[in-house]
Ligand binder design. Structure first.
Ligand code: CA
Ligand code: CA
Ligand code: CA
Length: 160
């Protein structure tokens, strides 16, 4: 199921560090991917990134679900023209040192990183491993809503 996502992919990987964590935070804190804020859903607590990420709706995020969502979030944030295709130019964003990362994600080497390529790369390279390690406090291999909340809180500090 690909509810929230058009197709995009790619940036995620480049960052296993700060960007990744930031993205993760953004991921769980924001609605979908900026595509549609969806003000229609009557979610009292505001946008629910968790539900967006939980594609099989089982109430928890598997490693793949978390990875895919993270990848998509980052992809969308950098897919400047929002066509679901990441160009090298969009990817590097003025930082030439990122070009190598782009090539790694461009599996078919056509100069474009698609959502599928980005997602595949994200899963294969465990872009969410660190997050899972830190957030999956009961070590069941999935993230519950509470675990996500706790993780988010630890990153952002107490709610304002
Ligand atoms: Ca799930
Ligand atoms: Ca490609
Ligand atoms: Ca867990």
């Amino acid at each position: 199921m690909q509810i929230f996502v058009p197709k995009c992919c790619s940036l995620i990987y480049r960052a296993r560090g700060a960007i990744l964590l930031l993205a993760a935070v953004a991921l769980f804190a924001f609605p979908a991917n900026g595509i549609t804020p969806a003000p229609t859903t009557a979610a009292p607590a505001g946008p629910d990134g968790f539900s967006q990420a939980d594609t099989n709706q089982d109430g928890k995020l598997s490693r793949d679900e978390a990875s895919d969502y993270l990848v998509i979030e980052i992809f969308i944030s950098r897919d400047a023209n929002h066509d679901g295709r990441m160009t090298l130019e969009e990817w590097v964003g003025g930082d030439p040192t990122r070009s190598a990362d782009f090539k790694k994600r461009d599996a078919n080497d056509d100069g474009i990183v698609t959502t599928q390529e980005a997602i595949a790369y994200g899963r294969a390279h465990g872009v969410v491993n660190q997050i899972m390690q830190e957030a999956d406090t009961n070590h069941d291999g999935a993230l519950s809503r509470d675990e996500v909340k706790a993780y988010y809180a630890s990153r952002e500090g107490p709610a304002k």
